[in-house]
Design a protein around this ligand. Structure first.
Ligand SMILES: [Zn+2]
Length: 123
């Protein structure tokens, strides 16, 4: 029986070496994850084992360094699950989800999610 993995996403090319050891830093792991698909803030925290502030810091670094690598960090803003209110950049000074909705005061806020996108399509 052949076990075929379904790794081949639409992106195709993956820069990270396959199974390259456990010595990668959280930042490198974060980049690898975000290149594959979008992840919610809380999920990233769990996967990488970082505190809220640590993950914010890492995301800022990734966003900044992405430009030099022909990539950009795409953020899907946090959203209120109760009324659907979307937190735009203005409302979210911080990268993690805000405590409560300014419109309906609900505390059921969906985390913002992030992914890395290549920018070389325009060339
Ligand atoms: Zn709301």
């Amino acid at each position: 029986m052949s076990a075929r993995t379904r790794d081949g996403g639409p992106g195709g090319r993956d820069a990270s070496p396959p199974g390259a050891g456990a010595t990668r830093t959280p930042r490198q792991r974060l980049r690898a994850l975000l290149r594959r698909e979008a992840f919610a803030f809380g999920v990233l925290r769990e996967v990488l084992g970082l505190s809220l502030r640590q993950l914010e810091e890492e995301l800022r670094h990734v966003a900044r360094s992405a430009r030099g690598q022909g990539e950009r960090l795409v953020a899907e803003p946090a959203r209120c699950l109760a009324c659907g209110f979307r937190f735009r950049d203005r409302e979210t000074r911080h990268l993690h989800a805000p405590g409560r909705c300014p419109r309906c005061r609900s505390e059921r806020i969906a985390d913002p999610s992030y992914r890395l996108e290549r920018r070389d399509e325009a060339g």
